[in-house]
Design a protein around this ligand. Structure first.
Ligand code: 5GP
Ligand code: MG
Ligand code: MG
Length: 183
């Protein structure tokens, strides 16, 4: 595989960097309103949520603690393994604190429903979810998502933190991959 420009591997751009930043600004404003005067920890789910965390946190005009978790739920391809495992736990003690889990996409909902109940068992004041993207399948899972950027069709997307075999995370836009990438 070549190591050149990655943009040409996108068959369609779904969301540009500008659209993403604008939408995150709107979500940040909602979060500011909802958590006014309250202590807030946002928890990014590594590695996909890195870009969303960076831009959402900077859009927040208030103090916020940023912490991270790494869980395994997907293999290297495009299919869910159905297994959730903690690879890196929080550094923060979230007892009595308000928590917003930040992710880039919710697909089956397996990862986030598991994570929500895991963090919920640690005695936080509250646990909510913020995701940039949500696929229709997620609606079938018992996951209450408070902040959603966009609902998208059931397609595999890459860019802005989303990978295909650890590539394309560094694309600024979000799009679908051209078929030549798979073959
Ligand atoms: P879930 O547990 O909700 O099925 O999936 C969660 C994780 O699967 C996401 O955080 C992401 O890492 C991966 N994932 C789900 N759908 C997509 C997709 O369309 N593109 C990419 N690149 N990753 C996805
Ligand atoms: Mg993720
Ligand atoms: Mg991945």
């Amino acid at each position: 595989m070549d190591s050149g420009a990655v943009e040409k591997d996108l068959v369609e751009v779904l969301f540009t960097e500008k659209q993403i930043l604008d939408r995150l600004g709107e979500l940040a404003a909602e979060i500011e309103r909802d958590y006014e005067g309250k202590d807030l920890v946002i928890v990014g789910v590594l590695r996909g949520a890195v870009m969303v965390m960076a831009d959402l946190a900077r859009a927040l005009g208030r103090h916020v603690e940023m912490d991270w978790m790494a869980v395994s739920s997907y293999g290297s391809g495009t299919k869910s393994s159905g297994v959730v495992r903690i690879l890196k736990d929080l550094d923060a003690d979230i007892t009595g604190r308000h928590v917003v889990i930040v992710d880039e996409i919710i697909d089956t909902g397996l990862t986030l429903s598991w994570l929500t109940s895991n963090l919920g068992s640690r005695g936080p004041a509250s646990v909510e979810i913020c995701t940039l993207l949500r696929k229709p399948e997620a609606l079938q899972m018992p996951v209450d998502v408070k902040y959603v950027g966009w609902d998208i069709p059931n397609e595999f997307v890459v860019g802005y933190g989303l990978d295909y075999r650890e590539r394309y995370r560094n694309l600024r836009d979000i799009g679908t991959l051209a078929p030549h990438v798979y073959s």
